[in-house]
Design a protein around this ligand. Structure first.
Ligand code: MSP
Length: 533
């Protein structure tokens, strides 16, 4: 069985911003962790390319919607490559195979009697591509998220009979694991408790969409089409392919159902209510979990073009590099809560945690070993015992890091690794090998101490692999070891068992005494930002 996880499929109305980068980096850490544990991962990302918002954006830019989508989605692909995102699939909803899949899916839903014609009246937000329930203001209502005027709509559309699925959806969201974190579950429970209403799944007079078979003049509502992109991504290895019959049931052998949809909290209702009902209607299994993360602000303010404070992922990448940003976002913001990007805190955390605590631990320990033990890992002596204090600290860090990553608690995982590095630094300070080395007959003891600290450092590097893969690889290289390939799924017979090389590498005492240590190279440069990002 595979472990399928998804980011949202990002709208191509604009280039990627920090919000989409945040979700994608978090998913990347999960995908890497699951691969390292031996899972056959299918990590899906991509672009959502239909709908009125995109049609209007293209019109405003004076280009065809297709050209516009081609340009922006190529930008996403390129950006994710440069961030070294390890996705396995990149789906575009303008892919002809996706059109075919949507048509097949609709045929099933229609055959089930779940499509009816109805009149849709209400206030619509084009930026959300969503009807708003009850705008607070009677006059000139605005979207609470986008602060833009809502538009009145009155049209005859096709409706999906969501109301039929009230009982199933109630039972689904009552499962404690389905919606995470728990605070988000209550939001959805309240919505469902009001009684589910049928929702419109087509639009008339909107050419930039997939035509609804058998209903001339109708195109699919962008959300109906977009959610199905998660299935289309599983059709072919590169998400594309020639048009032709699509076998929906064959997706069960290609990674469906997904284990996890990671999304922002604003699109929870679509994923936790509409999407499962659509799948039930089509007779397909449901995803196991929907995780709604929080929103990022910048120095306490909502990021927006009008405020001119949008954090550009391209700028972050160029000025700061990948690992510092990964570390800061994953270590500092509890995944699920809103978070605030603060430049000073960002540089402080990166410099303290990665450069001072972790980088220096490696530098000073390996340079002593190089100097006093012929450029190699010293003999382990007493340090090979499993009850060495650093062996115990290492075991604990491994358990906690894995427990954190399993529950998408990146903060806990990062803190566990940091505690191990702090413990190793503390041990080194207490033992003060630089003093003992000057005394007679201390060499064996010093060797054992340095071995223990180097071995704990190796574990730090191992445990960092899903969170900051480049730093992890450089540290392992400095210890004369091979890095882990967390971007490619392995073929472990049994995921989460010690058959996974990464889990096996968490055992104490694996650093081979006598192994030559390569010449020192910095593993991470300090972050010095002399102007706002
Ligand atoms: N196209 C839909 C998703 C369809 S999934 C089948 C969409 N796209 S989006 O590009 O507008 O948003 C993608 C994600 O980015 C959403 O999950 C949204 O919550 C997230 N974010 C947008 N701004 C954000 C922040 N400022 N902070 C964190 N995430 C934010 O919705």
């Amino acid at each position: 069985m595979s472990y399928t996880l998804t980011t949202p499929l990002y709208y191509v109305n604009d280039r990627a911003h920090l919000g989409s980068t945040y979700t994608t980096l978090a998913c990347d850490a999960i995908a890497r962790y699951q691969r390292l544990c031996g899972e056959q991962v299918v990590f899906i990302t991509g672009c959502d390319e239909h709908g009125q918002k995109i049609q209007r954006t293209a019109e405003a830019a004076g280009v065809s919607p297709q050209d516009h989508c081609d340009r922006i989605s190529a930008g996403y692909r390129d950006l994710w490559d440069r961030w070294q995102i390890s996705h396995d699939r990149f789906i575009r909803t303008t892919d002809p195979r996706h059109h075919e899949l949507v048509a097949q899916f609709f045929a099933r839903v229609e055959a089930r009697g779940d499509v009816v014609e109805g009149r849709q009246q209400g206030w619509y937000c084009v930026a959300c591509e969503e009807f708003k329930d009850d705008p607070h203001e009677a006059q000139d209502p605005e979207c609470p998220t986008h602060r833009r005027p809502l538009e009145w709509r009155d049209e005859v559309n096709l409706f999906f009979r969501l109301s039929r699925y009230q009982a199933e959806i109630e039972a689904l969201i009552a499962q404690p694991d389905f919606i995470q974190p728990p605070s988000r579950r209550r939001e959805v429970e309240n919505f469902v408790a009001q009684g589910l209403r049928d929702f419109s799944i087509s639009r008339i007079d909107l050419p930039w969409g997939i035509p609804v078979p058998g209903h001339p003049g109708h195109t699919f509502y962008v959300w109906f089409d977009a959610l199905l992109g998660y299935l289309s991504a599983l059709l072919a290895a590169d998400g594309s392919g020639p048009p032709g019959p699509v076998d929906l049931d064959a997706l069960l052998q290609r990674g469906w159902p997904a284990q996890l949809h990671v999304i922002g909290k604003d699109i929870l209702r679509f994923h936790a209510v509409y999407w499962p009902a659509m799948l039930l209607s089509a007779g397909l299994p449901l995803p196991r979990q929907v995780f709604g993360h929080g929103f990022l602000t910048r120095e306490g303010q909502k990021m927006g073009k009008s405020l001119g404070n949008v954090l550009d992922p391209e700028v972050l990448l160029e000025r700061c590099g990948r690992d510092p940003v990964r570390w800061y976002l994953l270590r500092d913001i509890p995944f699920g809560d809103d978070g605030d990007f603060q430049q000073q805190r960002f540089t402080d955390l990166v410099n303290n945690d990665l450069a001072n605590t972790i980088g220096n631990l490696l530098n000073r320990t390996s340079s002593m070993a190089r100097k006093w033990f012929d450029g190699a890992v010293p003999p382990a002596g007493e340090a090979s015992a499993g009850d060495h204090p650093l062996a115990q600290a290492t075991r604990l860090a491994g358990e906690q890091a894995c427990a954190g990553l399993e529950r998408l608690d990146f903060r806990r995982a990062a803190e566990a690794v940091l505690q191990l590095a702090t413990a190793a630094n503390g041990y080194l300070n207490d033992q003060a090998p630089w003093k003992r080395m000057k005394l007679p007959d201390q060499e064996t003891g010093v060797a054992a101490d340095l071995y223990a600290v180097l071995e704990a450092t190796r574990s730090v590097a191992v445990l960092l692999a899903p969170l900051v893969p480049e730093l992890s690889a450089r540290m392992l290289h400095q210890l004369g070891l091979e890095p882990f390939d967390s971007a490619a799924s392995g073929v472990a017979a049994q995921p989460k068992a010690a058959t996974s090389p990464w889990l096996a590498a968490q055992r104490w005492g694996l650093l081979p005494p006598g192994q030559p240590l390569p010449p020192p190279e910095p593993v991470l440069l300090r972050l010095e930002l002399d102007s706002p990002l």
